[in-house]
Ligand binder design. Sequence first.
Ligand code: NAG
Ligand code: NAG
Ligand code: NAG
Length: 544
Amino acid sequence: MEVGKLVSNSVLLVAVVVVIINIFFSGGLVRADFFSAISELENVLQMENEVAHDLRSYVKSEEARLQNLKKIADDFEKHSLEALVDPEKHLSNPINAYLLVKRFTKEWNELLEQQIKSTSLSEFLKSLSTKTSRFPTEDDLQGAAYALMRLQDTYALPSSKLVKGDLQGIQDSVHMTAQDCFMLGSIAYKGNDFYHTIIWMSEALRMSKDDPSIDNSTLLDYLAYSYYMQGNTKKALNLTKEWLLIDPNHIRAQNNLRFYEQLILEQESRARSRGEQQTHYDENSNPRPMDAYKLSSDFQNYEKLCRGEKTQALYNEHLLTCQYRRHHPFLYINPIKEEQVNWEPRMFLFHDVMTDGQIARIKKIGKPKLGRSVVYHKSNSQVTTPQDYRISKSGWLKDEDDRAVYKFSYMAGLLSNLTLDTVEDLQVLNYGIGGHYEPHYDFATSRELDTFEKAIGNRIATFICYLSDVQAGGATVFPGIGVSFWPRKAKCAFWYNLMRSGEGDMRTRHAACPVLSGIKWACNKWFHERGQEFIRPCTLSPLE
Ligand SMILES: *[C@@H]1O[C@H](CO)[C@@H](O)[C@H](O)[C@H]1NC(C)=O
Ligand SMILES: *[C@@H]1O[C@H](CO)[C@@H](O)[C@H](O)[C@H]1NC(C)=O
Ligand SMILES: *[C@@H]1O[C@H](CO)[C@@H](O)[C@H](O)[C@H]1NC(C)=O
């Protein structure tokens, strides 16, 4: 069972496991992935810059060397041409003869040959190889490609807009080429994702007009097969015909043609025998693959909320209010703006909770601690591998680590009214390309609590703060109740995960939407049950 459960004591365990996983997947080489946190990709940019610098200094030294060789050539040419006017006369002078012999013995061996051969290539290659080991991998490429496709699905972005760098109206100067589209299509194809193969290969075909390097028959090959796999045999046949127009002698194309023709005949005769009416045929039919999970209202609402659509009216919305929070001396001078965003379960947003300096500090000390976020499974002793449904990196900060962390914890305690006695350390999160976390609970859903949890109880409440503005996407959404929070720097959210009875509140199932544009940093403080007994006493009703 999936449990969105991370316990501070297990940080070490997580670190060890992450290392083991890395070793396992990279054949002994410990290598961090880049795509799962944008902050890691910054290192790649840094490295790109270093490689450029290395290349430049190599080119410079080669240019100097070639300049030198040119001088030698000039010198040889000048000397020989002068002498060749009358070689006998020139060589009749014994000094000239001596100098000529010297040039091609001593001088050549000690000077000229060295200069000709002395390239700095091997040094350059050596320095380069220390960097190539830090290059992103095929896994990163795949992760980044899947991320683009996820964004496309979640935000219903047409590929024709994506290739122009248009993300929901946020226009960037970046453009994709036909080759880029082809590459995305092939990655999808390798993952047996024929839906996206068709989208991206079609885009590549459309763009191939302006790019002669694209091989149309390969494209048609991929496209026809993918349409066939998507159940659109007629389109597969049509594309195979197109392919044969370009490549009339291709054996496989000819075989496929017969196969598709046969298949269509069979399908039609079967339909006739069942007495089915000829229904409307959509030539470009390419249905998005939907499993039971994707068809569930939970997932559908998740995607809707991510796109900023409403799923349901909020209960008692007219009673939700905003106010300044002054319930503690600490807040007298600088009250915090509180906004209630849901009636039941009660949910609050707090605005401008942290200063820019505090945020910068937490990001700075959090960055070196980031490791790929994992999801805990109770069944296989608590840990599991990184999953596609959670693309982020996280790290843990203790109050003792820095004054900014301590102050943050203090504020979380003040605004929630809860005791910090059993609170977890601060989790800092940086999301990756299209980074997201599909719907989950923050509390342990398993009946079996481990010893640590028995001591401090389940996760009673969540206090999450955003540490950056995100231009598009990246909302925190609750598909069951239609609530969404949009990330904004220094904005925090608070809710109880458990009922007063200690039962998990199923309405708190939530998700982090993929980041469409921008960089999402967040931090979490999870409160536990122990110590809150008098702050939030239980009532007589198990449903409260
Ligand atoms: C590929 O097909 C497109 C039209 O779909 C065409 O404009 C382009 O010239 C073709 N490319 C080659 C290399 O034949
Ligand atoms: C494939 O379908 C298109 C659009 O319906 C049509 O214009 C084209 O002629 C067809 N190609 C072949 C080879 O049948
Ligand atoms: C915290 O306590 C104050 C004062 O008692 C109360 O008004 C406020 O609603 C409480 N906040 C939360 C999140 O329960």
